[in-house]
Design a protein around this ligand. Structure first.
Ligand code: TXA
Ligand code: MG
Length: 310
């Protein structure tokens, strides 16, 4: 524990100095900086090679801290009480007097926020007096990081400090819900959409026209291992890495199991880890078997669809 405390102190020192540090969360690792500091936030965009038009999610310790920057309503309160801290992000109205750097929001009067559920990061957030802007800790469009080593793979020595919090428990980004106007989900993620629809009256994503994905960062090519990916495959071709969720009788060195027991949560947790492994092993092609589009399977299918786009 002492080691963790001294690492948190180190992270705070860098953050106070307007530097970026990688932080662990239950979803994926984040590339964090002081959200009130233009100097600090500009370093995130530079390190990630991210276009400034793609706004960042801001991470808070609790509701009191959030109220400095955001307007909240009844829907937000319902979801906050039941699901936070946890893998859900909210798009809210920014308060006029908020000190959030305009670089975080791309000058918009809306902001995406979340309360990460990781012991070390919560302790860190409790001990600073500013919130943390933190997109996923990967180079723009690449695979998100779910361990310290992944972050090292992405940024090497360019990043000054990584707070090691072990492997990410969920391994998939947060669900994003826009609470401005009629609530609607912008990105599938760690909390399944059904749970949210049960708690508040929201536009269902089944009505595609009304709920066209509006997350600025949801370009087609995203979460990409950088090699072609074939979806809904029944079998693999020669030399193709094959990502599976159901146990097969035959054994092959080209098989990569998301889960050996057909468990979707386990599959979500392993997806990025396996994509990175396949890429590092030098495969030139990936096939992936159909993933049930239920529970967190929605988020898995969303990510592999994007990863498969050329
Ligand atoms: O689980 C997560 O959400 C992780 C961890 C680190 O917290 N973060 C994450 O950040 O996935 P990022 O930047 O990789 O994805 C955030 C998405 C982007 O697609 C961005 O366009 C969208 O959120 N976004 C940010 N601010 C927004 C806003 N004001 N309105 C709509 N979408 C927004
Ligand atoms: Mg990302």
């Amino acid at each position: 524990m002492k080691k963790n405390d001294s690492n948190i102190k180190k992270a705070i020192k860098y953050l106070n100095n307007h530097e970026c540090v990688a932080i662990p969360t239950e979803t994926v690792y984040g590339l964090a900086a002081n959200a009130y500091s233009k100097k600090a936030v500009s370093k995130i965009y530079k390190l990630k090679k991210r276009p400034k038009s793609n706004p960042l999610i801001v991470h808070y310790y609790n509701l009191n801290d959030l109220k400095r920057d955001c307007e909240i309503d009844e829907n937000f309160k319902k979801l906050y009480i039941k699901l936070c801290p946890g893998p859900i992000s909210f798009v809210l109205k920014l308060k006029k007097e908020s000190m959030i750097s305009k670089l975080v929001t791309n000058n918009s009067n809306s902001i995406a926020v979340r309360f990460p559920n990781h012991k070390l990061t919560r302790k860190l957030l409790k001990n600073i007096n500013y919130p943390l802007a933190a997109p996923s800790a990967n180079i723009s469009k690449s695979i998100s990081s779910v361990s310290k080593q992944d972050v090292v793979d992405e940024f090497g020595s360019k990043l000054k400090f990584i707070l090691d919090g072990g492997p990410s428990k969920i391994g998939m980004e947060s669900t994003i819900i826009n609470l401005i106007g009629k609530p609607h989900i912008l990105r599938f993620g760690g909390i399944e959409s059904k749970i949210i629809y049960k708690m508040i009256n929201a536009l269902s994503n089944k009505n595609k026209k009304k709920t066209k994905i509006k997350v600025p960062g949801d370009s087609k090519l995203h979460y990409s291992p950088g090699i072609p990916m074939r979806l809904n495959a029944k079998k693999n071709f020669h030399n193709e890495a094959f990502i599976l969720i159901k146990k097969r009788k035959e054994i092959s060195k080209n098989y990569f199991y998301l889960s050996k027991t057909n468990n979707l949560k386990e599959a979500a947790k392993n997806l990025y880890k396996i994509l990175r492994k396949i890429k590092n092993n030098g495969y030139k092609k990936i096939a992936i078997e159909p993933i049930p589009n239920i529970y967190i399977g929605e988020a898995i299918n969303d990510r592999i669809l994007r990863a498969s786009k050329k």
